[in-house]
Design a protein around this ligand. Structure first.
Ligand SMILES: Nc1ncnc2c1ncn2[C@@H]1O[C@H](COP(=O)(O)OP(=O)(O)OP(=O)(O)O)[C@@H](O)[C@H]1O
Length: 352
């Protein structure tokens, strides 16, 4: 069942449309990550859900209760939403347990104490109840922040870049911890990040925003394998687009030879055909020295477990993984071999 339901939302800043016909549905106990280019409207969407701004059109309901739409506007404090923002700092003059208890002032002392104890145990900081925020690491502070956001049992949790100030070495452990905490509390969450790695590690589904609306919502694997738009493909991977003519859903003629798809690429009326482009992902490409080759070697770099060879193809450049350091010279011609894979093909229309 949908915990959050947003339909046809519109919002403009000073007459400039930011959210445009945006619809999004988040199921019970589901973590959805909003991803998209800087400035595409992710934070604006969170603010609209939280009630921090009023959309000009559309409707929002949380836990099946309408909070926006048809002239209705429920203020933030009545939406029962938990928030955890990058700069949503803990109160410095309150201890850990006082921070967690902050939203529980309407509860009896006994309920408050029990809930704080439960939350402290959930975030594994039982022995830190009397510490102040400055006596905690960044990761511990974020665990307290999540406990504070969850303490009053919100219907929905909003997280805006909660891990961006956390050291890279401990970030993915913290992501695992906070995901476990959210799942334990059976709450739905919307999470905004700039990092694809964080999104893949934290979310059940990704919602990619483009031009003020959701371009595609689905599991990370589905979006990666079958991106619905060129924007989604380019956002999730580091490939390039090349022209292609679809002879069938499995055979595509390109300047780099015929590329085969392991599964037929379909559109609404069957297998695709005609002119379009293919999104070439580096992991399906291999290089070999060849004076007639269409690629030009630029340089390679070591990235820990492999090398990346930077190659120029026509006017575009991309980095292709190589297991070993190749002794190519700058400017050397290289042949590009494309392994059969699930091809991402986009038909050309009048628009593109
Ligand atoms: N208070 C404001 N007044 C005017 N324009 C604003 C305001 N807040 C945001 N904007 C504009 O609205 C657009 C969307 O901003 P928003 O913060 O939602 O983007 P975002 O996707 O979260 O970006 P980022 O990834 O950089 O954080 C941007 O072009 C931004 O400049």
């Amino acid at each position: 069942m949908s915990n959050l339901s947003i339909n046809n939302l519109e919002y403009s800043y000073n007459g400039k449309p930011i959210l445009h016909d945006l619809s999004l549905h988040v199921n019970d106990n589901e973590i959805v990550c909003l991803l998209g280019a800087s400035g595409c409207g992710k934070t604006t969407t969170l603010k609209a859900i939280a009630g921090l701004l009023k959309p000009s059109k559309g409707n929002i309901s949380i836990a099946q209760v309408a909070v926006n739409g048809d002239g209705l506007y429920v203020p933030p404090q009545k939406r029962n939403i938990g928030m955890m923002f990058q700069d949503y700092a803990l109160f410095p003059h309150l201890t850990v347990e006082q921070n967690i208890a902050f939203g529980l002032h309407q509860e009896s002392t006994n309920v408050r104490k029990a809930r704080v104890k439960e939350m402290l145990s959930l975030i594994k900081l039982d022995d830190f109840a009397h510490r102040y925020p400055h006596q905690l690491s960044g990761g511990q502070q974020q665990r307290v922040a999540i406990a504070r956001a969850l303490a009053y049992k919100p219907n929905l949790l909003l997280l805006d870049e909660p891990f961006s100030n956390i050291d890279h070495q401990v970030r993915f452990q913290l992501i695992d911890d906070i995901r476990r905490i959210i799942k334990d509390q059976q709450v739905s969450a919307i999470f905004v990040t700039h990092s694809k790695e964080e999104a893949f590690a934290f979310a059940d589904k990704l919602a990619i925003m483009e031009e003020g609306k959701i371009a595609q919502l689905g599991t990370p694997e589905t979006l990666y394998r079958k991106p619905a738009t060129k924007g989604v493909a380019a956002f999730l991977s580091d490939g390039i687009f090349i022209d292609a003519e679809a002879h069938s859903g499995t055979e595509f003629k390109t300047d780099y030879g015929t590329i085969s798809s392991l599964e037929p690429v379909m559109n609404g009326s069957g297998e695709v055909s005609g002119q379009g482009c293919i999104y070439l992902k580096p992991q399906y490409l291999s290089l070999s020295a060849n004076e007639q080759g269409q690629g030009e070697f630029i340089a390679s770099r070591f990235v820990g477990n492999r090398y990346l060879c930077r190659v120029k193809l026509g006017q575009q450049e991309l980095e292709i993984p190589c297991a070993e350091l190749e002794s190519y010279q700058a400017g050397q011609r290289l042949a590009i071999d494309v392994k059969p894979h699930l091809v991402n093909y986009f038909a050309y229309t009048n628009k593109n």
